[in-house]
Unconditional design. Structure first.
Lengths: 348, 360
């Protein structure tokens, strides 16, 4: 139970197209993360799955059943809202049991489920408090608890951690991951934070401007991004790009390094900051001048400018001694180079 | 390239007359402003030395008093002193207006007002009109406030939905609030009187004409209906503001939980609207007790004393009747004022509680 299929989903709000035909299959028990910059349509897509909005065209199936025209109540899904959406005038216990009371479930069963969820989320002492008397992290737990007690087909989480401070976010992320392992229920998780996406997801759906750019496992996205957008979006700091012109299966990077590429015409090469290193004496590299050195202790982030005025980021291990204005050459291994054609698509 | 050309064209277009006009406006604007502000500037320059002198004498603390004096003077002359005078008048007797010609009678006026064998039967009271007015006001408030709160609640709920022409309907429901109560009374009298609009419609359908305002029941109902119509826009507005302050995602959470609409209303909307509803209830109570102008213009208190309310009683006893008795009217005002003070304190307490609830 818990597979979700989207077939050519489109959505427009009064003439503005927000989702341009999304096809996606989410397997039972999977944790899928929708990630993308703000305005990419990830929350809209989640609301369409939830049934809070209806798609302009296309179909949504849950466990093979077409629910495109079904209301949110009839889909058996539970949602955790970014704002938590806890009922402020009810205690935590009432918040947790409110949804169950709608189903005419026996009182004893409701009490048992609330007790189970409270134990699982360690909020047993908070049951008689109101949401206003809770901290952000506690509210977050209650919001998740309200979803858990319903025992839904799938969980939908809309940026659930974005209102928490960085430390708490890390803790909650780990707990959510553990929770998913324990419940083994399908989860769809929306975030703009690629670190959250990378750490939580079984598969990541990268969205941009209402289109799916790539769907894959976190490491596949990192190692083999399908296009320049995904390459730039996944991984921190961002990937460096160098424009070049390919001719006769060869292209030259700044500094004259020749690279084989199966294309001709304008192309671009991407390389992650972690995959650049200082060239050994006599080794060919991209010439660059240091503009800023950020020593973080374990690693050093180097901002540099290469020939052709391209800004380059380099992450070096340890604490190399470098000064602003210093000229140096940046070397790399060819297997770490990503090539993209003029349209930004990956060239293998 | 084409885009660039288009951009150049777009910026080049205002180069001619448009730009000259704009330059003229930019120069004329400040000049005009200076001319308009000149009197103000002159006045403040003239006042400045005087104020500096006062400040030097009074100090910063004293200046607070200086700035409060004009307002306090007006408030004192038109509110505080009349209240005190009214209180003093309530212990005097006779028909004279000036206080020094009036005789001190102690608590006699209050005794007269409260001299009753059975408070539930106005006719058993010495001042039966006072008790008739009190009874009428009580029932008026009871029915009018219930009607007002439920009608404005329903209207607010409807206007809160995403419907076509929402702005238009919000305006329509608010317009009566802008009318003067006398105008409201007149409009409805034209509709309800013997040769009025309503009877024209009724007789057109072949039914018998009803003399609405000469019937005890209809006249009382008309007073309730007309004052509700006149004021509901205001209360609808307060409730609408409260409804819009309820976060939308609470309703979405309820939708995900398959909550039936009636349960959403009783368990989510109503409790969260509680503070606004309490304010509306008490304000409606206060206004209901004070009912006078639109009802007086509409029915004149009739037929008989069927729609005579407390304020009208005070007005007639104090000023309008042949046997005027300012002392009795003053005593009745004090009693009515006591009821209003209790209601106002309730309102203050409730709005303070609502404020605290919002802060939490």
């Amino acid at each position: 139970m818990g597979s979700i299929t989207l077939k050519d989903i489109r959505k427009s709000f009064g003439g503005v197209h927000v989702i341009h035909g999304v096809d996606l299959t989410i397997e039972k028990g999977e944790l899928v993360v929708f990630v993308g910059p703000s305005g990419c349509g990830k929350s809209t897509l989640l609301r369409l799955i939830a049934g809070l909005d209806k798609p302009s065209s296309g179909a949504i199936e849950i466990d093979g059943r077409d629910v495109t025209r079904a209301g949110a109540a009839d889909r058996g899904l539970a949602m955790v809202f970014q704002s938590y959406a806890l009922y402020p005038h009810m205690t935590v216990r009432q918040n947790l049991s409110f949804g169950l009371e709608n189903t005419r479930m026996p009182r004893s069963e409701i009490a048992a489920r609330v007790a189970d969820a409270a134990r699982m989320l360690e909020i047993e002492e908070l049951l008689e408090r109101r949401p206003t008397q809770l901290s952000g992290g506690q509210r977050q737990r209650v919001a998740i608890g309200r979803a858990i007690v319903r025992d839904p087909t799938a969980f939908l989480l809309d940026e659930p951690l974005s209102n928490l401070d960085a430390e708490l976010r890390g803790t909650m992320r780990a707990e959510l991951s553990a929770l998913h392992d324990r419940l083994a229920t399908t989860m769809i998780y929306v975030t703009h934070d690629q670190v959250e996406a990378m750490t939580l997801a079984d598969r990541i759906v990268v969205l941009r401007k209402g289109r799916v750019e790539q769907v894959d496992t976190p490491l596949n996205l990192y190692n083999r991004p399908a296009n320049r957008f995904v390459a730039g979006f996944i991984g921190a700091p961002n990937m460096n790009f160098f424009p070049a012109v390919a001719e006769g299966g060869q292209a030259a990077l700044p500094g004259g390094v020749q690279v084989a590429v199966a294309a001709s015409g304008p192309v671009s090469f991407g390389i992650r900051p972690q995959h650049l290193r200082l060239a050994a004496p006599g080794e060919a590299g991209i010439p660059a001048r240091v503009t800023l050195v950020e020593a973080l202790g374990a690693e050093t982030v180097l901002h540099a400018r290469s020939d052709g005025d391209t800004d380059v980021l380099v992450v070096l291990e340890g604490q190399p001694e470098l000064q602003r204005g210093q000229e140096l050459a940046l070397a790399f291994d060819v297997e770490h180079l990503h090539a993209f054609d003029a349209q930004g698509q990956r060239i293998d | 390239m084409e885009n660039e050309i288009a951009q150049v064209k777009a910026t080049a277009a205002p180069e001619g007359s448009d730009r000259r006009l704009r330059r003229l406006r930019d120069r004329l604007g400040p000049l005009l402003r200076q001319v308009v502000l000149l009197p103000l500037v002159l006045i403040s320059r003239a006042i400045d030395p005087v104020m500096r002198l006062i400040q030097a004498k009074a100090g910063t603390g004293g200046m607070i008093a200086v700035f409060l004096i004009p307002n306090m003077a007006i408030f004192g002359i038109f509110v505080i002193i009349p209240i005190i005078l009214n209180f003093v008048y309530s212990f005097t007797g006779g028909a004279e207006i000036l206080l020094d010609q009036r005789a001190w009678v102690g608590g006699q006026q209050y005794e007269r007002l409260t001299d009753c064998q059975n408070y539930l039967d106005p006719l058993s009271c010495r001042e039966d009109l006072f008790w008739r007015a009190a009874h009428n006001t009580f029932f008026f408030v009871l029915f009018q406030v219930s009607l007002m709160v439920s009608v404005s609640m329903i209207t607010a709920l409807i206007l809160n939905r995403n419907m076509a022409g929402r702005g238009f309907f919000r305006a329509v429901f608010f317009f009566p609030v802008l009318l003067s109560p006398v105008v409201v009374g007149l409009i409805w009298r034209w509709i309800l009187q013997r040769e009025g609009l309503l009877n024209l419609i009724v007789t057109n359908f072949g039914a018998e004409r009803v003399v609405w305002l000469n019937d005890r029941f209809y006249a009382f109902a008309a007073a309730i209906g007309v004052s509700t119509w006149a004021h509901m826009g205001f209360f609808t507005l307060i409730l609408l503001a409260g409804l819009q302050a309820i976060p939308k995602d609470l309703y979405e959470a309820a939708e995900m939980d398959a909550t039936p609409p009636a349960r959403v209303f009783w368990r989510i909307t109503l409790p969260l609207l509680g503070p606004n509803l309490a304010v509306v209830l008490v304000l409606a109570l206060i206004r209901g007790v004070q009912i006078f102008d639109e009802a007086y213009v509409l029915t004149g208190g009739g037929p008989g004393t069927a729609t005579m309310f407390m304020t009208q009683y005070i007005y007639e006893v104090g000023f309008a009747s042949l046997l005027r008795n300012p002392g009795l009217a003053a005593a009745a005002s004090i009693l009515m004022g006591a009821v209003l003070v209790v209601l106002t304190l309730m309102q203050l307490g409730l709005s303070r509680r609502a404020e605290k609830a919002r802060e939490r």
